[in-house]
Design a protein. Sequence first.
Length: 610
Amino acid sequence: MKKSICRIMCLVMLLCACRVSALAQTDSVVLVLPDQTTTICVPADAPPQQQYAASQLQQYLQQITDTRIALVNTPDAQSDCTIYVEAPAADAADAPGEDSYRIRTDGKDLHICGGGNRGAIYGVFAFLEQCCGYRRYTADMQIVPRSQTITVPSDFDIRYDACFEYRETDWLSPRNREYSLANGLNGGVYRYIPENMGGTVGYIGGFCHTFTYMFCSAETYYKTHPEYFALHYGVRTSDQLCLTNPDVLRVVTDEVLNLLKEQHDPTKSIQIISLTQADNKRFCTCKNCVALDRANGSHAGTMISFVNAVAAAVKAAGYDNVALDTFAYQYTRKAPTKVVPADNVIVRLCSIECCFGHAFDDASCPNNRVFMQDLADWSRICRRLYVWDYAINYARTVGVFPNFGVLQRNMQVFCEHNVKGVYEEGNFYMDTCDTEFGELKGYLLSKLMQDPYLDYDAQMNGFLAAYYGEGWQHIRSIIDTMSTHSANTLVHLPIRQWMCFTLPGMTRQDVRAVDAHWQAAKEAAADAAQVERIERSRLSWRVWKCANLRAEFSPLHGICAHAQSVHALYEDLLSFGVTTMGEREHRAEFFRFSGKVIQLYYSLTRWLPW
């Protein structure tokens, strides 16, 4: 009954056995052996983050080897091997930077050297993954292999330099603190990590859409100073600002400086304040705003000019580790032609209009060609360019969103265009469960933000085997089939796509094959937990079939049979805790109403003779 777990453990033990076989060779360093003494050395005056990294290494090596390895503050001459958890020397020319590390042997001992507050922690987890087979796949699932012996090649020397300084996503497992540390997430919006565990790259105040509610709020100023707010084609609106009004600049600058007086932390590598437009397109069209925007060929002309002015005041006040963040979003997405973002300004370019069935650099996709031009333009002028990317279908969160084929290439595109930070928006409004392949997406996106050029297939397959069990190859076949049908030259994959337009070109044979793979995966499951995961993920496929009247949802089987299938889907969604169909239909009241309609439909049709 435990076939899948056993196979995973056998694979790990095989790897460990390979290491054991190398003991007789001179090109291996033995780190842990039953009859040898190994210590973990961390200086007594090391920062708490470094101490925490050493304690995590001790904890997991004990779980792996059943041996408690002593923590020491100075090297023990009697120790056969010492694992050093250390910070780079102050004068080291090639020292690892923030969130970066180097792991190397010196012929006898192992050195894990990390930069900044989190580098040593990430280095420890990288060692556990690469040398011990450890994995943290979900908040509740980690693979801790067992072996009495751990060895590494005598010339083992890897260096990791973080591609992105900011890595954030909002899927469910990535909100877990320990999961985030193991998988390199450092954003502070969806998780709290105390400073002694490395802390996060955090936003002071709001994360997004801060104008008119946090800075120069409409509640405070609109009645007395309506001129502070946007004049949108002759109509004054309270939900955008007039960014060329000098009083608005004064108010926002004062509010930012006051916020920094209260919450600034000089020990952080970076703190961010978001100065971002409200989530609508009611930009200001007063004479001054129009002139500045026309001069720059974009509404980003007023936005960047305004944020630059606030950023100058922040820099003059001595806040060297603070950056001001703004959007290149919808009407501000196009880069300006004259004004250039200041060095302490972050521009978050948003991919909301893109197709996620084609890679961003796929020239055959018209939506993505425009985005790529914007990405290239911002990359040329912005020192700190971030991307706000999207990874889910907001029209039907529970439905199929077949974007696995583009996740890696899109992340590589960001890296190749000098993007410094990535936020992958997923199911931020779902806090009870994931459907579709939410846990898999969260894991892959976390890993890709660490390393866009990793072995994508190996990471996916490893997760599938651990999470779904013996029949994981069937799940992989389902994902590959869906990815193949994610988009074509006529039908694209936006983030708000109705199920009837997803998976274009799926034939009856394709549907039957996918159904067969789901069933085979379920039959191969070793336990109830794996069955539950398979059935939860399968919900998205059933929602797609229902929306497209395929298979058991086809009216060709008879109205009564169709109604029974719809009712069964509804009951299963409820049983898995799903009360959210999509971003704009996420209230339980709506779902209950939908359920009543379904049940009424079912009750009216179940007694009909056909």
